[in-house]
Design a protein around this ligand. Structure first.
Ligand SMILES: NC(=O)c1ccc[n+]([C@@H]2O[C@H](COP(=O)([O-])OP(=O)(O)OC[C@H]3O[C@@H](n4cnc5c(N)ncnc54)[C@H](O)[C@@H]3O)[C@@H](O)[C@H]2O)c1
Length: 348
């Protein structure tokens, strides 16, 4: 039985806690949170942009801490699940690894590439697994696209365009602070940077144009260059108006098929602007059937199942591995640099 300590019981801490309840071979053995009432099981003020809202929880049998170091010293914990704000990820992950714990950390891995490198080195030195919560490849539409590509039935990948745009999340206090969250590049687009890295390997250069807010990218389009002849672009960022809180999608080109998908939330209406659809080379447009149930909660369940399996078997999970998560940060960092400097930026 893998025993997990959750560090930071906010929105994601709660989603992870609920998801672990459905995974075999794991037990949430400890929770560390600075908001004391949550340690008594009062989660009623927790709310995010998907999934259930918090209720009163029975935490009997779970060790509770309001100090992170104290939880890391708990010898009964095998893995630390870090759901703290991004600026705290690097230090706490390295500390947990030094204490001999495996670590699963929410995205973004860290705010800076140098921190990501430090985290990967700490995992290697400690001989422990470090995984990062890049859940997008496990969302039904993205998992469908990967599956179609991996069959090889439609030939080689040629490229794609990816989109992720939200209304300005004005209610998130530190969203536009480069030292706390890092704006839409690290909070939002990081998902597509990771997905692009997963599908096409590491870009050799990026060229980004768009607008900034202070030092941060606000809304932009990037062209990605690769050693191979791929044509890949992404558009991400925020718009100033409320009313369309979320919009994401892709168009992925293969030799013998094109994969289409766009989902949006306008007002309080969530809908497909284009359901997952495959255009094949016989001129047919076929809509793919997605699995039943809440797609987000299903994706987190799949994610944590994969994390528990990786640690329990010692077999690393490539999709959730720290190397890809670090590369995603490198890509985002290069995109921001390209946008600020107005020129193409190479990635080594
Ligand atoms: N994968 C996804 O789709 C997704 C969605 C939302 C958030 N996230 C990521 O999850 C992470 C957390 O985001 P969130 O929305 O849950 O934030 P949150 O603010 O709701 O939760 C963070 C929690 O950490 C606690 N905390 C902060 N400092 C602490 C300390 N020193 N000791 C103990 N507790 C402390 C806070 O009190 C808070 O409850 C971020 O990295 C975010 O990017 C991922």
């Amino acid at each position: 039985m893998l025993r997990v300590g959750i560090a930071g019981l906010g929105f994601m801490g709660m989603i992870h806690y609920l998801s672990y309840q459905k995974v075999r071979g794991v037990k949430v053995a400890a929770i560390c949170e600075q908001t004391r009432k949550r340690l008594t099981g009062d989660w009623r003020d927790i709310k995010g942009n998907f999934g259930p809202t918090g209720t009163r929880m029975d935490l009997s049998g779970i060790a509770t801490y309001d100090n992170l170091d104290a939880m890391l010293d708990d010898p009964k914990i095998d893995m630390v699940d870090v759901t703290l704000p991004p600026a705290m990820h690097a230090d706490i992950v390295c500390k947990a690894l030094r204490k001999g714990k495996h670590v699963f950390c929410e995205k973004p891995m860290a705010l800076k590439l140098t921190d990501c490198r430090r985290m990967v080195a700490a995992a290697q030195k400690a001989n422990r697994q470090l995984m990062v919560g890049h859940v997008l490849p496990l969302l039904p539409e993205y998992a469908w696209a990967r599956k179609v590509i991996d069959t090889g039935r439609y030939g080689k990948l040629l490229g794609g365009s990816f989109r992720r745009v939200i209304s300005d999340p004005a209610w998130l206090r530190h969203y536009w602070n480069a030292d706390v969250i890092g704006g839409p590049m690290l909070d939002l687009h990081i998902h597509d940077a990771h997905f692009i890295r997963l599908l096409f390997d590491m870009p050799t250069a990026v060229s980004t144009t768009g607008r900034t807010r202070g030092k941060l990218a606000e809304y932009w389009t990037t062209q990605f260059r690769f050693k191979r002849n791929f044509a890949v672009t992404a558009t991400s960022g925020t718009i100033n108006q409320q009313g369309r809180s979320f919009d994401h999608g892709f168009e992925i080109h293969l030799e013998k098929a094109t994969l289409l998908f766009q989902f949006t939330v306008i007002g309080d209406q969530a809908k497909y602007l284009c359901p997952p659809t495959i255009l094949d080379d016989r001129g047919k447009a076929k809509t793919a059937k997605m699995p039943e149930g809440d797609p987000m909660m299903n994706a987190f369940h799949a994610e944590l199942k994969a994390v528990v399996q990786a640690v329990s078997t010692g077999k690393k999970n490539n999709v959730l591995g720290a190397d890809l998560a670090r590369d995603a940060i490198a890509i985002c960092q290069a995109q921001t640099k390209s946008l600020r400097q107005g020129k193409m930026v190479s990635l080594k």
